[in-house]
Design a protein around this ligand. Structure first.
Ligand SMILES: Cc1cc2nc3c(=O)[nH]c(=O)nc-3n(C[C@H](O)[C@H](O)[C@H](O)COP(=O)(O)OP(=O)(O)OC[C@H]3O[C@@H](n4cnc5c(N)ncnc54)[C@H](O)[C@@H]3O)c2cc1C
Length: 478
């Protein structure tokens, strides 16, 4: 379902230009290819549709499919290409850390090797095929510059024309920009600072060693890749989440699924904010899902340091938290593995006959440095793998809190007709995962058609917002 065609544009802050005059000028200067785009940019016309979806990653595409199923006219606007972040904001060699059976989008094809791990490029192909098979028309190279209230709907200004819509769904991703800590400000000026989403490969870096800050899945994988490429690497770690790739003969995601953790809702966790901030599990999908972890990095020759506290001149200072953080991380991992064992004790499933309690060696690391002279250690680059934050400078509606986050419940905001999709723990633990976004997309599409601004004949159906439930002490690993 595409847009409903063009309507008159009543403009907010965009100069109105007579389209015939403009076309005449451009044709005279032989700029016909730019005519359409310029006409749209100048606000000569505004298109109308029921719903604007901003972003064509897995979230936007899945939602588009759900809207089409419900015959809701909509347009998907994407500033880059389909799956842009997987193309240009991930490192070259990245392989998904979730196995293929979890990387299937709702209504999309299953992947050939269910237990395998896709390279990011193959996932981009999958997204493109997914959009094509659903007949989703993505308007690529269209950046949304402003979303404003307009009467009972929205005015959406882009760099390629303007739209009017009754509903807007923000699907611009949970991993928008890297959240650099304040310590970045004190780094010496000659140190090259690179955010993890700008890192491509070891070959891109100038000569010299690398300080990787952050020991989530990205930080650990990048540190490992750089070390394998022969670089001197130091990793500054804070809170991290050690996790074994396989346990009792199964991939760890199998257990997370079996234990019901992926379905766990935000209402079931004692501290929703903490759950949303939890560091990613230290996993990798490279080489068929190899084990990673601080112990393995150390064995490779990576220096493991505590949290980066700051820089004094050329010296990087680290806190003495490493031992505590490692112990804490182990504890949380073992709580999960104990739950797996308890599950096995109570389920007599022949397929799950594991080898009995599996011993996992504790992480043993050399004494960490308390500081490091960046010059004598020849460290030339720091890579910030310190997690992501979101930015919505174009969202001119009262839904963004002082921390910069869109306030919502299950993706439904307080502004009627405005939704968000694809955020971490938006509704369930799997909300921002490839295999988890579909359920949220269906939920929002249902909400939009029953109590959003769709005004269909189904409007008498109740809004699908689940009641609050009491928090449980559930998954202890995050
Ligand atoms: C390094 C890394 C590895 C990951 N690996 C996995 C994994 O193995 N398995 C898994 O399930 N999940 C993984 N994730 C998590 C998640 O699947 C990804 O973050 C995924 O990209 C989220 O998809 P999305 O559609 O929600 O958002 P995005 O992929 O971020 O898509 C949002 C889109 O919106 C566009 N956009 C933004 N602003 C505008 C604007 N103003 N106008 C128009 N368009 C705009 C962007 O260009 C982008 O294409 C990983 C995340 C990271 C960072």
């Amino acid at each position: 379902m595409d847009d409903e065609g063009a309507g008159a544009f009543g403009g907010t802050g965009v100069a109105r230009v007579d389209s015939r005059t403009l076309r005449g000028v451009l044709t005279r200067f032989r700029c016909s290819s730019g005519v359409a785009k310029l006409l749209r940019m100048t606000g000569a016309r505004a298109r109308k549709t029921n719903t604007i979806v901003i972003g064509a990653g897995q979230a936007g595409l899945t939602l588009s499919r759900e809207l089409s199923r419900r015959s809701v006219a909509h347009a998907v606007l994407e500033r880059g290409r389909i799956g842009e972040r997987w193309r240009s904001e991930r490192w070259e060699s990245l392989t998904l850390l979730t196995p293929n059976w979890l990387n299937r989008l709702s209504g999309g094809e299953a992947h050939a090797d269910a237990e395998g791990f896709l390279h990011r490029r193959d996932f981009v192909d999958y997204l493109q095929n997914y959009a094509a098979s659903a007949g989703t028309r993505v308007r690529e190279s269209v950046e949304v510059l402003a979303v404003e209230r307009h009467r009972d709907g929205f005015h959406v200004r882009t760099d390629s024309g303007n739209w009017r819509a009754r509903n807007v769904v923000v699907a611009t991703g949970d991993t928008d920009v890297i959240s650099r800590p304040p310590q970045a400000m004190a780094a010496p000026p000659w140190l090259v600072q690179l955010d993890a989403n700008r890192y491509r490969s070891a070959g891109q870096l100038s000569a010299g060693g690398v300080l990787v800050v952050g020991a989530g899945a990205s930080g650990q994988q990048i540190a490992s890749e750089l070390r394998h490429a022969g670089q001197r690497v130091v990793i500054a770690t804070g809170t991290h989440a050690r996790m074994v790739r396989r346990y009792q003969g199964k991939d760890i995601w199998y257990w997370l699924d079996r234990l019901g953790d992926l379905e766990q809702t935000i209402d079931e966790v004692p501290d929703a904010d903490a759950a949303r901030r939890a560091v990613s599990l230290g996993l990798s999908g490279r080489n068929g899902g190899e084990e990673i972890g601080l112990d393995r990095l150390s064995a490779l020759g990576v220096t493991i340091a505590g949290r980066l506290e700051g820089c004094d001149g050329t010296a990087a200072r680290f806190s003495d938290n490493l031992e505590v953080d490692v112990a804490d991380s182990e504890l949380r991992m073992h709580r999960l593995l104990d739950r797996v064992d308890a599950y096995l004790d109570t389920h007599s499933d022949a397929e799950l006959a594991g080898p009995g309690r599996e011993a996992i060696a504790p992480v043993a690391l050399p004494a960490p440095p308390s500081s490091l002279d960046l010059v004598s250690e020849r460290i030339a680059t720091v890579i910030w793998a310190t997690g992501y934050r979101r930015t919505y400078p174009w969202l001119h509606l009262p839904v963004v809190d002082c921390a910069g986050e869109i306030q919502h419940r299950y993706g439904v905001t307080a502004v009627p007709g405005l939704y968000v999709l694809g955020l971490r723990f938006q509704r369930r633990r799997a909300s921002h995962f490839i295999g988890g976004v579909g359920a949220d997309a269906a939920f929002l599409a249902e909400h939009l058609t029953t109590c959003g601004q769709h005004r269909p004949s189904t409007a008498s159906r109740p809004c699908p917002v689940a009641p609050r439930v009491a928090p449980k002490a559930f998954a202890a690993y995050a």
